[in-house]
Each structure stands twice: as structure tokens, then as C-alpha cells.
Design a protein around this ligand. Structure first.
Ligand SMILES: [Fe+2]
Ligand SMILES: [Fe+2]
Length: 322
């Protein structure tokens, strides 16, 4: 994949790439792209794909304990959607010249990351509501802008994903509404979940603009269309009225409507705590990755059987030979 920087007529290709970007056209797998653009796209799409897959774990923990058959069916569908999002994104990433096996290997070795939000535990059923409402909600705020990102396969995957994420956000909010209108104990459970998930949801939108190492180049390349702080502000503005509708308290004493700005002001995020989780010291980092690696190893026989079947078909074996 590195050869693309050394092809002849490099400057013509570079200006074609720049022209596509400035015309708002998509960069497609067939197009020449700078090595650093390709590397950035691989890193970003891989991190996103890994997040979808690892993100099944915190909610998957509650499938066996969902409070009703209907809740269980909805949660199973939601968790399956996340697996599907991972598959779309691995496919998009493969168009950049890296295989799914390599991507899995990089994740399993801890050389590629997934979103730090999935390193927190799900302690009660209300956490399933809070994750749908806040975590999927924050993810959509970011991902809606990514439907216009410059790399075609990523942008198109994002259109489909955003539709499904909207369902996830609604189902989470509906769980929170039911709990918030329920018994004293249910209200307390909903509040406790909001207390624990609020700040990590704000932090998952990435470091503040002044500390974000990738922002400028990514904006220039049309990979990112808004900065982390802009996206975070929009998420806060959308979500605070929803918390008030639920009659829940947002755990931020600095939260206040700013008439002049037309936005909610909010308190400082504890970035030291965020970086601790990113560095691998969150409550569930070890457990999440170990579970993923184990699932990959346990599934080896399925991959082997698939390959054996494909080889047999390729050699023209009769279908019902067994
Ligand atoms: Fe997803
Ligand atoms: Fe989701």
C-alpha cells in the first residue's frame, strides 16, 4: 500500500486528489491518495469497527437478564446491529488494502484502539437504557457528520449505520422513560446510570480541540467535518432537555443555559481520568480485550470450516457428496 506515494506523475495525482476534495467529491479506493491519508483512514475506520464489535459486550451482558421477553428481543436486535456495523466497517477498511485478519490481529495485540467508553461496566438494567440514550446518542452526533466524510466507502457505510443508531438511541431513551416514570427504586436506578454515564459520554467524543493531535489535518482532508468540541456542544445541547424531560439531574453543577451563546455551558471534563482509561487502566479494559480474543479463538473452527467448504466448491465437488 506504500507504493502509492512513489508512482510516476506524483504531482498530477496529488493535484487530482486535492481537486476531488475541493469539489466535495468522494475519494474512492481506485483513486490515488497520500500515504498519510490512507493511514489515517485505516486507523479511524479500524478503531470505529473495533468499537462496534467490542461495544457488544457491555450490553450483551444483560441479554440473559432483560426484564421481559420484549426487552430481550429488542436488546438482541440492537447487539446484533452492532456486529453488523463492525462488518460494514471492516469491509470499508479492507478497501484501503488491509485485511480483516490483520485488523483483528492489531486489535488483539493492543496496537489499535477501540472507544474507551466500552471499558466501563454495566451495573444495572438502567445502564442498558443509558448506553442507548447517551452512548449511541453521542455516537450518532459524531457519525451523522461522517456521512459526509471524504472517503466514499466509509461515508456510505455511515449512512446505513446512522439509521440503525437512531433506533438504538430511541430504545435507550424509552427504557429511561419507563424507569423515570416508575417506582422510587426505578427512578433511583435511572439517576444512578445517568450519573455514571454522563461524563464518559462527553469524553468519548474525543479530546478537546487544543489537545487533539489529528484534528487540523483531518479537517483539511475532509475526513472530519466538525471538531470534537463542536460535536460535544451539540450533543450537550440535544441531551440536556431530554434529561429534564425525564426529570433526571445531570451531574454537572456548572451546567447552565447561556442565552448569549445560545448553548448550554458545561463543566470541565476530567481528562486525566479519560486518558487513564485510554492507556488501558479503565475498569474493564483487560476483561473486554480478553473476551474478544477468546471469542476469536473459539470461532477458529467456523473459519476453518468455511475455508474448507469454499475449497471444496472451488474444486467442483458435488454438493451432496457427503
Ligand atoms: Fe453501532
Ligand atoms: Fe448502536
Amino acid at each position: 500500500m506504500e507504493q502509492s506515494s512513489t508512482v510516476p506523475n506524483g504531482s498530477a495525482r496529488e493535484s487530482h486528489f486535492a481537486a476531488l476534495l475541493s469539489a466535495g467529491e468522494k475519494i474512492e479506493p481506485r483513486d490515488w491518495m497520500p500515504v498519510a491519508y490512507r493511514r489515517t483512514m485505516i486507523r479511524q475506520i479500524a478503531q470505529h469497527a473495533h468499537s462496534e464489535v467490542i461495544g457488544q459486550q457491555p450490553e450483551g451482558n444483560w441479554i440473559t437478564r432483560a426484564p421481559s421477553l420484549a426487552r430481550k428481543a429488542i436488546l438482541v436486535a440492537k447487539v446484533q446491529d452492532e456486529a453488523g456495523h463492525g462488518l460494514y466497517l471492516y469491509s470499508a477498511c479492507e478497501t484501503l488494502g488491509i485485511s480483516r485478519d490483520e485488523l483483528n490481529e492489531l486489535l488483539h495485540q493492543g496496537r489499535q484502539k477501540y472507544s474507551s467508553i466500552f471499558n466501563y461496566p454495566t451495573l444495572s438494567w438502567a445502564d442498558v437504557g443509558a448506553i442507548g440514550w447517551l452512548v449511541d446518542g453521542a455516537a450518532i452526533t459524531n457519525q451523522v457528520t461522517l456521512t459526509r466524510t471524504s472517503y466514499g466507502p466509509y461515508a456510505r457505510a455511515m449512512v446505513r449505520i446512522c439509521k440503525e443508531e437512531s433506533f438504538h438511541q430511541r430504545q435507550g431513551f424509552e427504557i429511561m422513560t419507563t424507569l423515570a416514570q416508575g417506582s422510587e427504586a426505578q427512578r433511583a436506578m435511572a439517576q444512578d446510570a445517568l450519573d455514571r454515564w454522563w461524563w464518559p459520554s462527553l469524553a468519548m467524543l474525543g479530546p478537546p480541540d487544543e489537545q487533539s493531535t489529528h484534528t487540523d489535518q483531518s479537517l483539511q482532508w475532509g475526513i472530519k467535518l466538525e471538531t470534537n468540541d463542536e460535536i460535544r456542544q451539540r450533543f450537550v445541547d440535544q441531551t440536556v432537555p431530554q434529561a429534564h424531560f425525564l426529570g433526571l439531574h445531570v451531574p454537572d453543577e456548572a451546567l447552565a443555559w447561556n442565552e448569549g451563546r445560545g448553548h448550554w455551558d458545561f463543566g470541565d471534563i476530567d481528562w486525566d481520568a479519560f486518558w487513564e482509561v485510554v492507556r488501558g487502566n479503565g475498569p474493564c479494559n483487560h476483561e473486554r480485550l480478553a473476551h474478544k480474543v477468546q471469542a476469536w479463538q473459539d470461532g477458529a473452527w467456523v473459519r476453518e470450516a468455511g475455508l474448507a467448504y469454499a475449497a471444496k466448491q472451488a474444486h467442483g465437488a458435488p454438493r451432496n457428496s457427503a
